[in-house]
Design a protein around this ligand. Structure first.
Ligand SMILES: NC(=O)c1ccc[n+]([C@@H]2O[C@H](COP(=O)([O-])OP(=O)(O)OC[C@H]3O[C@@H](n4cnc5c(N)ncnc54)[C@H](OP(=O)(O)O)[C@@H]3O)[C@@H](O)[C@H]2O)c1
Length: 302
């Protein structure tokens, strides 16, 4: 059973493993199957679902919201995460001429209110600014966050893909705390270690969320030298662990980090979700962790 964890001292409480809905539109599920997926996650203790306004060309929140409404799930037993700030060129947003960012007060509030309608809920547990916007005005973000908090529409706030300097600038101008930074982190992508993002989370005692924890699937199909080295290392360690699979060892590698990453799974396959959850029972040794790191980078530590 997936335990709960608090992202920051002020909350929110989320499941230690989160389910991500970016690819929901690609899974070609009917509503009944999506309801089944939600129940399957809950049965395993995955109570937190990660969205963004733009997923599926602005369609995934609505697909999930319809299923959630049918599911009979008690809203207070789940947590909904969503994001805003990217404007995609899409038939569903005919006024967007080019891809751009928008972190103005008006856009953040309008996007959150639209997410509420699509998700068919009256509050969002955690709203993230999806990517750092070079035109970000922290005062505008603060006004939006405070208005959304005071109206009860959003309970907690955070960011995604922010470098430490971007995180600290925004945090320094806000009247509400940032609960997380959702960054890409996996055996295939160690950037968060190099750019200081993980250390900043540890310093602030907030848990980072890890997106694409299996490299977006590349771990299973890519033919690069990095992936070949990784697959071999993950398979060997899995064998030493008594038969753990590549996905389980890769997720266990993320979970071992003392920053207490919260991985966001991207599969719609119930068996694969169950397999990933079993990674919680794997305790890698430090040597195994470094062996996987070496396979990822193609070189030993200094
Ligand atoms: N904040 C951000 O900027 C950002 C960016 C990207 C993603 N995200 C979030 O992170 C979530 C996860 O990202 P992701 O989808 O890239 O995660 P991922 O788990 O790294 O990759 C998912 C892909 O891997 C495949 N896969 C998973 N397990 C597999 C296995 N055992 N064998 C073979 N293929 C397997 C899945 O295919 P099947 O579905 O066929 O299993 C799917 O295509 C997203 O849903 C979204 O919520 C956030």
């Amino acid at each position: 059973m997936v335990p709960q964890i608090t992202l920051s001292r002020q909350g929110p409480q989320v499941s230690r493993i989160v389910h991500g809905l970016w690819r929901l539109g690609e899974w070609n599920m009917g509503e009944a199957q999506t309801v089944g997926l939600i129940h399957s996650c809950l049965e395993q203790g995955i109570t937190t679902f990660d969205h963004a306004d733009i997923y599926g060309g602005y369609t995934c929140e609505g697909l999930f919201g319809s299923a959630l409404a049918q599911s009979g799930v008690d809203r207070s037993k789940i947590q909904l995460v969503t994001k805003c700030g990217i404007k995609l060129v899409s038939k569903n947003r005919p006024d967007h001429r080019i891809k751009s960012y928008d972190t103005t007060r008006a856009h953040i509030v309008a996007s959150a209110e639209n997410s509420l309608r699509c998700l068919r809920t009256d509050y969002i547990d955690l709203l993230l600014i999806h990517r750092p916007d070079p035109l970000i005005d922290p005062r505008q973000v603060n006004e939006a966050f405070v208005a959304l908090k005071e109206s009860g529409k959003v309970r907690h706030f955070g960011v995604s893909n922010f470098l430490p300097s971007q995180f600290e600038l925004l945090a320094s101008k806000l009247d509400v705390p940032l609960a997380t930074n959702q960054i890409e982190y996996s055996v295939m992508n160690l950037n968060g270690q190099a750019d200081g993002s993980i250390e900043l989370c540890q310093k602030l005692e907030i848990r980072p969320m890890a997106w694409s924890p299996l490299g977006g699937g590349k771990l299973f199909y890519e033919a690069s030298e990095q992936v070949q080295r990784l697959r071999e290392a993950l398979q060997n360690i899995g064998r030493d662990l008594g038969g753990a699979s590549v996905d389980q060892v890769a997720i266990a590698w993320i979970l071992k980090h003392p920053a207490q990453f919260v991985p966001v799974l991207g599969t719609g396959n119930r068996g694969r979700i169950r397999s990933a959850v079993a990674a919680l029972d794997i305790e890698l040794s430090a040597e195994q962790w470094f062996e996987i790191r070496r396979a990822s980078l193609g070189q030993d530590i200094a």
